[in-house]
Write a protein that binds this ligand. Sequence first.
Ligand SMILES: [Ca+2]
Length: 473
Amino acid sequence: MTMLLPWLFALLTVALADQVCYQPFGCFQSDGKEIKTPQTPDVVNTHFKVFNRQHQTTPYYNLGGSNWLGSMNKLDSHLDPSKKTKILVHGFLGNGDNDWIRDTTKALLKKGDFNIIVVDWRGGSQWPYEQAAGNSILVGEELAVLLSYIHSSGHINYADVHIIGHSLGAQIAAQAGESTLGKIGRITALDPADPGFSGKALDKRLDKSDALFVDVIHSDGSHFNLLSGFGTKDAVGDIDFYPNGGEHQPGCSEKPVGSALNGILHGSFGNAVDSFSCSHSRAHQYFLESLTSSCKFYGHQCASTSDFSAGKCLGCPAHGCPVMGYDADQTQARGSFYLATSTSAPFCGKEYYVEVHVSHALHTTYGELFVTLIGTRGTSEELKFSKLLRYYHRDDVEKNVISTHKDIGVVSQVKVRFVRGHDLHALGAAHEILIGKVLVESTENPNVQVKICGHDAHIHERNTITLSSHTGC
Ligand SMILES: [Ca+2]
């Protein structure tokens, strides 16, 4: 027994060391892996900045510093209780001056006469991720304390509060929603952070109980590998949108280390996260575009990415498709919704379902295809058709939903370009691809399919051919 006592003492010390308490925000534990205990509130140094239509670029009031709890009444007096409140929260490596926060603030104020509060926790959002993740839980509790105060003073209704958070900011929104006594109105989670949160108990991560309505945009849900995959793939909201499958966004080359270093070297460390993970940042870009564009990101209910790519979920029901972004709350639909976007801004476009049938005569090759659609109303930009480099065997059929910048009407011709891969997989692969036919349909009219025959046309690597025949295949 006496031998055990030092052991017990050691274990107790570890347990205590893995918990910190910062009243009135509560006590915080490490999970021993991806979540460290938070740094002190002084280090995290959270600021709450109030903006409105008269003060869109510099804060009307900036609450922060070591005595901010004693000054909550001053923030309070800068809110208009007759207006709804939008709260913006940045994520890992971000800060309250990030372009997307500034641009979204202005776009929201154009949309409506809101109180805007920007939560700036740059003191706690930096490397390493595990520390930022731990700090985010403290920031969530700080926000909950502030909201509870403003609510008790009669300056907001919880139901009129809408928190928009990116990455760890979405988990901060969840924590705040969890810890306020009344339910807040809405959380828009922009690629909510995955490591340290996915799979945890509901009170430790974003879920649909954190607000009356929770909408989620998944843009970087691939498996986390320190370079990408920062977002969760799990459906965690009332409504979850998976643009382009939700794992990897078209137009993102995902060369994170070099791009991030470039950002840091050029003094834009705060924006380094944007280059660090292009797909992760697309979520807030899509949300911002939903505020400023008349084009709608229509989502199609579907069981999986592969079903969507295979054209099984095209079209919209009679009551319409839900819309990703700001108008996501204008629907009664619930579940997982899929859509395609363009590869560059503006991202919202016109979706087409395309099938490429490889010829029976093909010798196996390895590469990727790009297509340009030519229709009655114009020509699309060149669109990346293959999601990744892949093998093409004889009689293969590749299916995908792609999005063009503009409505090109009924498609009559298609240009196909073949780019052969040059890695080890390409050893022995043919230097050309042969096309049997291409089928195209607009997602709005899934019953109208255009067949364009390839007649086993050969496309040599890096070459493009235009197909326009509609007979003989
Ligand atoms: Ca929760």
